[in-house]
Write a protein that binds this ligand. Sequence first.
Ligand code: GLU
Length: 433
Amino acid sequence: MLPTSLEPTIIQELTKQKSLYDNVVKQFKKAADLMKLDEDIRKILAKTNNEIVVNFPVKMDDGRIEIFTGYRVQHNNALGPYKGGLRYHPLVDIDEIRALAAWMTWKSAIADIPFGGAKGGIQFDPTKYTINELERITRRFTFALGNNIGPEYDIPAPDVNTNSQIMAWMLDTYLSMMPAHERYRCLHVVTGKPIESGGSVGRDKATGQGVVFIIEQWAKDHNFDLGSATYIIQGFGNVGSRVTSLMKRHGSKLIAVEDITGALLNSEGINPDDLIEYVKNHGSIYGYPSAKPIDHNIFLATKADIFIPAAMENQITAETAPMLNLKLVAEAANGPTDPEADIILNRRNIHVIPDILCNSGGVIVSYFEWLQNKRSESWELEEVDSKLHKKIINAYERVRDTAIAYRTDWRTAAYIVALKRLRIVYKERGIFP
Ligand code: GLU
C-alpha cells in the first residue's frame, strides 16, 4: 500500500501521445522570437545540461529481484543549484522528465529564487508495491544517483506519487553515505521533508496555497467575485484537494471533480471537506454518494467560471480545448495545456494562468525549507505563508505587466520574464573558457 497524502495520480492515456519536450520547444520559441533572444542563449537553453539514467536492482518482498529505471535531468543551473521534484509513475520517460526539468528552470527564474531546474523519477506504478518495497526502491534509487544530487548541487522534492515519507527515506540514505561529521550539514539535500526531519511548516499545502493566492489576485484584478464563483477541478491528490479546501473559505462552489477513477458532478456544490474525508477512507472519489458520476467529456464541458487542472500533462489539447465552457484556467499541474490548445483558448478569450507561475508555490516554499535548514532555523506558519504570498504575487505582477507590455498571452509573458533573467546572467558571466 502507498503512504497517504500523495500528489495527483491521474493516468490519462492521452498523456503520452505526443512529445512533451516539443511543447517546451514551441512555447520557448514563441517567447524567444517575441523578445528577440540572442541566438547563442537560445542554443544553450534549448538543451538540457545533464541527463542521468540509472538502472538498479531491488529485492521484492517475495525475494525476487526487479530492475527499475530512474531518471534525473538537470536542465540548467545558471541561477543556482538544480531543483525539482521526483515522480513515480508508469509513464515517466526521458522526454517527459526533460520537459519537466526545463519548466523548473523557468519556474524558479520567474519566482526569483536562486535555483536552476531539474526533474527526475522512476518509471513504475507505485500502487502495485508494498510500503517496504517502496522504501527499498527509493533508497536504492538514491544510492544509484549518488553524487548527482547534493544540498548545494541538485535538490529533489516531492512530485506526482511521491511525498514527505519518500523524501525522509532519500534524506536518510543520502546522509548514510556521508562521513558522520558531515551529515547534519546536508539536511537540505531534499525538500518537502516531514517537519520532524527538517521539513518546513506550510510545505505540504504550498502548491495549492500558491494557486489560490494567484486566483485571488486574478479575481481582484478582474473585479471578479470569488464568493459567487463556480469551479471544476481535475486531480484530487495533495494539490487538488488542498486547493478545494482553501477555495471554500471564499465561498466558491466546486461543482465537478475528476480523478483517475472518473468524474463527478453536483451543480449545487460538492463539499470539499466531505470529499477529502471520503477519499481518505476510500482511496479515490469513486462512489462518492453526494454527486453523480459523469463521463470525461461532460466533465470538461461543465459550465463554470474556473477550471483547475491539478493532475497530469496534455489534458487540454486541440481536441478538448473547444469543449471548455469557462473564464479561467489556473494550471496547478505541470504542462496540462498543449500549444495547439493555447491558441484555441486565446482565441476563445479563456484566460490561462500558466503552470510555471501558477504552481510555483511548491518550489518557493522548498526554497524556504532549504534556507531554514542552512540556517538551522524553523519558521512559523504565518511567516512562511506571508513570504510565499509576497513572492508569488510579485511573480504574478511581473508576468501580468510583461503580458501587457508585449501584448501577449501570460504563458509567453512568463517565459519572457524567465528568459530575461537568464539572459542577464549569461551576459554578465560569459561562457567558460
Ligand atoms: N514538484 C514540484 C513542482 O513541480 C515542486 C518542486 C520542488 O519543490 O523542488 O514544482
